[in-house]
Write a protein of this length. Structure first.
Length: 703
């Protein structure tokens, strides 16, 4: 079933499940595997063995090739919850979407999908044609998103790469949540032909651009589901984008098929967001025999099913067959009599139940030591019943995403203290494994404290209680999801084009893939490797080199916490490719009114400083101002001879703009030297002394 609005419970009712079964050679018995619940309810599980004719197995020896059915049942007294999801629609609004009612069908299907989302999910909208724009940021209210979808109009070319880039920026840098599953839904009916192509057909540079944006999304944990509408799409490209990010590609022959596609995707996302899964471990000598129910995943001897949500008192049941590899083998079920209860901590932000370990969200290279204390004691102060008592000792854990750090507790009274070094921003498993030969009723309670960082969500978090039963037991302890937040450095990333530039040729440097995990990047500082450098508030800039050489280009980014990070690339500049004018440029700038709505006047002021270096000839400079790629205003100035008072001028271009649509709009300024024949010549060291910024226009009536 797809996700439905209104599903889910409050924090204290979040459940997760780790069910571990095993078929081995012990006493045949119905058993209760390790499960988890909160104080408001309990999740239980049972398993039975049946012979091939459906009768309960009452013997311990079967013949070679004799099939035996295992039935597993899981039930709960409360409703379980799925992990929250952040979804960004990326909808094609190019001119071809107006044909055969495709855009209207896409609107209907996308809005239907939104209706499947739960109350804890968020959804937003990016649309694209020649350029991309953010129509609506992530929100848990689907009404404004549906309204933005309804207002889409088909026109222009197909810029798939920027569509992905804008959506990724929204999820990672703006309103996305670290704990949420991150998804983008990319819909197109055509071929990638912008920003590099001419707007028709397909351009290999635009395909590569889209791949790079998809890789950036994948690097940030985003899954992209791609949808090709009609016969004019590049299915290979869409499949590759899905493969890069771990998503799926769907083909819709016509607009009428989109409803089915979006429903299928909603079910895929529901499975991704499932907080409950069942695991069955086959013992040595036993193999899985297919029917009647195929697991969702088989890895070695571990069978896995995605349970999804559990309704109160509505059991989840699965059956499957097993076979002994040799005749005469015993195939009973291990008698693992252990249960787990979870005591939720009230008022803890972002504390979610997870099975098997503790999640820690930490920054990249934070140089922080997180301190953890473990207190393990018997039930209500009773004397230890285990045969061994574990002595106090210190541990030093190195948490990283490639492996699981495991602490084994033996006996019934143990205290542990120590530190854990946290490396890299990610989720980390810390796992405590309990072994005991105690009597019925022994309880192990484990408390995690710390770490000592700038910000700690929730203070002390209580772990789980393992209730031991007679006959001995073992099980994994579930812990809450723990978020650790420190000031995280931004990540500097840039590309440049063309790949093999020449002297006097514009090299476009693009830092749009740079990001700040916990805020915004405010400044981009470029060192071009030839003695020139510049600081700008936007992520793209062009540069012209005057000599053939290999230049070391360094980008330093600074975020809102005044933290910086750098990256370096080498740019090889070859022989000259053309004429360069006599005008040099300084730092451009743009200022715009903020907080404007549709129909309200926006004052825009652009400026750029330019200088004529020719002592014999005056120079003419033209400055242009664009909004969303459309020329809004331009002005032309004459610079005096080099050495005169008028050889350097700060050219300003004030203008006004009336926005007719809400969302993000891009404002750009360009300056060019005019040649003798009217040609626009680059201005060194910056190609056209250009710059850009973005302005957000609100809808009418929004306060």
């Amino acid at each position: 079933m797809p996700l439905r609005r209104g599903e889910g419970k409050k924090l204290s009712e979040i459940l997760a499940l780790l069910v571990i079964f095993s078929i081995s050679f012990a006493v045949l018995a119905t058993f209760l595997p390790a499960v988890s619940a909160d104080t408001d309810g309990i999740v239980t599980a049972d398993a039975w063995l049946y012979s091939e004719d459906g009768a309960p197995v009452n013997h311990t020896v079967i013949g070679e090739g004799e099939k035996t059915t295992v039935t597993l049942e899981v039930s709960s007294t409360v409703e379980t919850e799925t992990v929250p999801v952040d979804v960004m629609h990326i909808i094609d609004r190019s001119g071809s979407m107006d044909w055969e009612n495709k855009l209207e069908d896409a609107k209907t299907a996308a809005k239907t999908f939104n209706g499947f989302l739960g109350s804890n999910d968020k959804v937003g909208l990016v649309s694209y044609s020649t350029t991309a724009r953010r129509d609506k940021g992530l929100t848990s209210n689907i009404v404004p998103v549906n309204n933005a979808i309804d207002k889409l109009v088909a026109n222009g070319a197909t810029n798939i790469g920027d569509g992905i880039g804008y959506a990724t920026n929204e999820i990672i840098d703006k309103d996305g949540r670290p704990e949420a599953i991150k998804v983008e839904l990319l819909l197109t009916d055509g071929l990638a032909n912008k920003p590099y192509g001419y707007g028709w057909g397909e351009d290999i540079r635009d395909i590569e651009y889209a791949y790079n944006k998809a890789q950036a999304a994948a690097d940030n944990g985003i899954v992209i589901f791609t949808i090709g509408l009609g016969s004019d799409v590049n299915a290979t490209m869409l499949q590759h984008i899905a493969d890069i990010t771990g998503g799926k590609y769907y083909f819709a022959p016509s607009g009428g098929d989109l409803q089915r596609v979006y429903e299928d995707i909603s079910e895929e996302i529901e499975t991704m967001a499932s907080s409950m899964h069942a695991y069955f471990t086959l013992a040595d000598g036993i193999e899985y025999a297919d029917d009647p129910t195929i697991p969702d995943n088989i890895s070695g001897n571990i069978l896995t099913w995605d349970i999804g949500k559990l309704e109160p008192s509505t059991p989840w049941t699965v059956s499957f067959d097993v076979l002994p590899k040799k005749g005469g083998k015993n195939i009973p079920v291990n008698k693992v009599l252990s249960g787990v209860t979870y005591n939720a901590t009230a008022g803890v932000e972002k504390a979610l139940m997870t099975a098997g370990g503790c999640w820690i969200l930490s920054p990249e290279d934070p140089a922080v030591k997180a301190t953890f204390g473990f207190v393990v004691q018997q039930k209500e102060g009773e004397d230890p019943s285990g045969e061994l008592e574990f002595q106090d000792h210190a541990i030093d854990l190195n948490l990283h995403s490639e492996s699981i750090d495991t602490l084994t507790i033996s006996g019934t009274t143990s205290t542990f203290s120590g530190t854990a070094t946290v490396n890299g921003e990610s989720g980390y498993w810390f796992e405590v494994y309990v072994e005991d030969n105690g009597k019925s009723g022994d309880v192990f309670q484990i408390t995690i404290t710390g770490p000592d960082v700038d910000y700690y969500a929730g203070g002390e978090l209580a772990g789980g209680n393992i209730v031991l039963h007679s006959g001995g037991s073992s099980g994994f302890v579930p812990f809450p999801k723990l978020f650790v937040k420190v000031k995280v450095r931004p990540v500097a990333i840039f590309t440049y084009s063309p790949a093999n530039p020449g002297v006097n040729e514009t090299v476009e440097f693009d830092a749009s893939d740079s990001y700040d995990p916990d805020g915004d990047i405010l400044f981009y500082r470029w060192d071009f490797g030839d003695g020139n450098s510049i600081e700008v508030p936007y992520d793209g800039i062009g540069y012209i080199y005057g000599y053939e050489a290999i230049y070391t280009v360094t980008l330093e980014v600074e975020d809102n916490d005044e933290l910086t990070n750098k990256t370096t690339r080498y740019v090889t500049v070859g022989e000259s490719v053309g004429h360069l004018g006599n005008v040099t440029g300084g730092l451009p700038g743009i200022s715009v009114d903020k907080g404007r709505k549709i129909g309200q006047k926006v004052n825009i002021d652009g400026w750029v400083e330019v200088r004529n270096t020719d002592v014999n000839t005056t120079a003419d400079v033209i400055v242009k101002l664009y909004v969303d790629g459309m020329l809004l205003s331009q002005t032309q100035k004459e610079l005096g001879l080099s050495g005169t008072s008028s050889d350097t001028q700060n050219i300003t271009i004030p203008t006004k703009w009336i926005p007719m649509s809400s969302g993000w709009h891009r404002v750009e300024i360009e300056a060019w030297e005019l040649g003798e024949d009217g040609d626009e010549l680059p201005i060194a060291p910056y190609p056209y002394a250009g710059g850009s910024t973005e302005i957000y226009i609100q809808k009418v009536g929004k306060k």
